[in-house]
Write a protein that binds this ligand. Structure first.
Ligand code: SAH
Length: 522
């Protein structure tokens, strides 16, 4: 375990000898939604969690940091509906922590701002259990930053008031002093309460806030669904009704809203607002998702395939035993590289056992994978397709050379057949197979059904095959993106259109093509 866990916190029970003292609950701020806004400490807690209790506003994608086998519990609430009552959540945290587990309570934004994190910590303290707080980026500040609104600015204000709109204004028991808020200087930020915007803005105006005060509402801030609506204290409630601007949203009142005109960086990203479904395996989707999101897209995982060992392993085992005898190893996909080297290093302790084989790859992504294992690539064709690689081999004499082709079970054999025609001795060996991803592991299938997508990306023929097998309804206007000709051919065979094909057949090439596609359609 890390340094952290051996350190006693102020909340540690006095009787450290107690068995329950092994258990610990981390109240972790998940940030406002962009998965990149989780802290390093928060990620470390997730990576070591045995139980995770998360809620509606903490991005479920963060659960990919949680080890397989951990228990994951959704305690989510949506406005007006409580999935788990607060007492039930508290009891869950106490129960698992007392059982000696490493528990993470993942909460949207910062755990100590209007999220009842304080109450949960109190319950743990009362039960004599260990807990730690991992602060997070709050939507009240970070969320507005993504809308180009700094909550303070030297020229406009030096005071910031954050309040909750959760309570009905005018309610006798309301703890909120609208008069004090309306007359306080500086920026006011309201969390919760967009549903009560009408009465709240009336109350603020009646209490002395000028009708012309600039106001912005930001919903699903920092996520791909991020949206901003601006107006004034006098107009915003009607505008929100008209545009059906719903929770979760932050409201900000004050002159800082005007700074958006020049600071609105996120909403002007090239792919902002484009909803893109990525069909790669969960393990592989990360890079493409991150690049698309970096350009502002609402990109989400829709994994259609999973990588597994081949059903028939004999050929692979034999090839590994004879691996020193090959003149060439030809990799046609990053998955093949991974499956090959993982098995190789499981069987051999010395990298030199690979012998003197030269290494050829089809494309950049595959080459990068080979280099990750600290092997150099000797041959990479100009175009990232098998035909181009074959041309390269034609130019050298490969007669009687022994070649190993570690590849997917059931992949096309053109390369092996053609290399044999050139006189090579080819072992065409399945080292992995792609199987359909069963179950909606990332929630992407539900999103695709409910919200659709502007674009879907296919990075191999098998992602397209398995996507079609899911039989999902295709949303109107859906654009399709393909990584290269083999994938495009398969898509057409399946009856899918090909709206764009990456001229360079790798992930950066695909991202570039998507960006060009939208730039030219603007
Ligand atoms: N602890 C959280 C706030 C919890 S209260 C934080 O620090 O951000 C829940 C309210 O937070 C929501 O009703 C909404 O007003 C706001 N909120 C949280 N995440 C948001 C997001 N991504 N976009 C807009 N509002 C958000």
């Amino acid at each position: 375990m890390t340094k952290k866990s051996s350190k006693k916190t102020a909340a540690s029970p006095a009787d450290a000898g107690d068995k329950t003292a092994q258990g610990i609950c981390h109240l972790v701020g998940a940030g406002p939604g962009d998965p990149g806004l989780l802290t390093l400490k928060g990620r470390e807690c997730l990576e070591q969690a045995e139980v995770v209790v998360y809620d509606y506003l903490s991005n479920a994608e963060l659960l990919s940091h949680v080890p397989a086998g951990a228990e994951i519990i959704y305690a989510g609430k949506t406005a007006g509906r409580h999935a788990l009552r607060q007492e039930e959540t508290n009891a869950l945290l106490v129960k698992h922590t007392a059982a000696g587990k490493r528990v993470v309570r993942l909460k949207g934004g910062d755990p100590f701002l209007f999220g009842r994190g304080g109450e949960e910590a109190q319950e743990l303290a009362a039960a004599g259990l260990r807990f730690e707080i991992v602060p997070g980026v709050t939507s009240a500040i970070g969320g507005l930053a993504y809308a180009g609104i700094p909550v303070t600015h030297r020229a406009s204000n030096a005071v910031l008031t954050i309040f909750t709109g959760h309570e009905e204004p005018g309610k006798e028991t309301s703890g909120i002093d609208y008069k004090a808020i309306a007359t306080a200087p500086g920026t006011k930020v309201m969390l919760m309460g967009v549903e009560r915007l009408g009465p709240i803005t009336e109350q603020l105006a009646a209490a002395g806030m000028p009708e012309g005060t600039p106001v912005a509402l930001v919903r699903w801030a920092t996520t791909g669904r991020h949206q901003t609506l601006t107006g004034t204290l006098g107009t915003i409630a009607a505008l929100a009704l008209e545009k059906e601007f719903k929770a979760p949203a932050i409201a900000v009142f004050g002159d800082v809203v005007k700074l958006r005109e020049t600071l609105n960086w996120f909403e002007s990203s090239p792919l902002f607002g484009k909803r893109i479904a990525v069909t790669r395996t969960r393990q592989q989707a990360g890079g493409l998702l991150a690049q698309l999101r970096g350009m502002g897209a609402d990109a989400y995982e829709l994994p259609t395939i999973r990588i597994e060992p081949p059903a028939e392993k004999t050929a692979f085992v034999e090839a590994l035993a004879d691996v020193r005898t090959y003149d060439w190893i030809v990799f046609t996909s990053p998955n093949g590289v991974e499956a090959f080297f993982n098995a190789f290093f499981a069987a051999h302790e010395d990298a030199r056992d690979l012998g003197g084989a030269r290494i050829a790859v089809i494309g950049n992504g595959t080459a990068r994978k080979v280099r990750e294992y600290r092997f150099a690539v000797d041959l990479i064709p100009k175009e990232f397709v098998a035909e181009s690689l074959l041309e390269e081999f034609k130019e050298m004499n490969v007669e009687h050379l022994k070649m190993l082709l570690p590849r997917a079970a059931g992949a096309r054999e053109m390369l092996a057949v053609e290399l044999e025609k050139l006189g090579a001795i080819v072992d065409d060996v399945p080292v992995y197979r792609t199987v359909p991803e069963t179950g909606d592991v990332s929630g992407g299938i539900r999103r695709f059904r409910e919200e659709g997508a502007d674009m879907i990306t296919f990075t191999s023929a098998s992602t397209a095959d398995h996507f079609m097998a899911l039989n999902l309804p295709l949303p109107k206007g859906l654009a399709t993106a393909s990584i290269g000709p083999v994938t495009s051919e398969e898509m057409r065979k399946l009856g899918l259109p090909v709206d764009l094909e990456a001229p360079q057949h790798d992930i950066p090439g695909l991202v570039q093509a998507i960006s060009t596609f939208y730039a030219s359609s603007k």
